[in-house]
Write a protein that binds this ligand. Sequence first.
Ligand code: IMP
Length: 202
Amino acid sequence: MTEHRRFSESRLVVASHNPGKVREISELLSKFSIDVVSAGELNLPEPEETGLTFEANAELKALAAATAANLPALADDSGLSVFALNGAPGIYSARWGGPGKDFNLAMKRVNEELETKSGDDRSAEFVCVLTLAWPDGHMETFRGTVQGDIVWPQKGERGFGYDPIFQAEGMTQTFAEIEPTEKHAMSHRADAFKQMVDACFG
Ligand code: IMP
């Protein structure tokens, strides 16, 4: 059995400048008595995501924040992976929104690229890799996923990013239509979070 390092500190940096992610992670952490502070609030620099995997990017973001803040830090690298697009946008999910982070544009591109494909496979998964890093360089990394389909047109106003075009398996509504509590119970982030809690917060 792998030995995991327990999280025993009282303060944690959420190593993200994405308000949607910071909100979801803070909500997921709310039942623990931890003082959660975001990288944005601490004015930490946003490192360039040069990794070629979700794991590499989560680890570089967590380590950069933990070192800069001298506090444990939690980073999330996540994205949408569409099967018929060979896993795109994948680690480039944020970049498909362009410099203005326009996810209407990114969702339109996903649909348009799917329409150029011959088959009718619209299956996709959301992936979330969470890395908890400590200032001494120790890291714990967990991958969560949720399977579903890309729908078009977009539906719903909740959530963020690609939520309006992602319908999880067995659901009739997108992630942008369901209650946040429902998303937190089944999302890729919830899956990775559960693994991290069992390993490090148990
Ligand atoms: P990054 O991890 O900061 O590189 O960006 C991940 C990108 O993936 C986000 O900007 C969103 O576009 C997308 N993404 C990740 N998680 C979710 C989610 O829960 N819902 C919708 N989109 C997501």
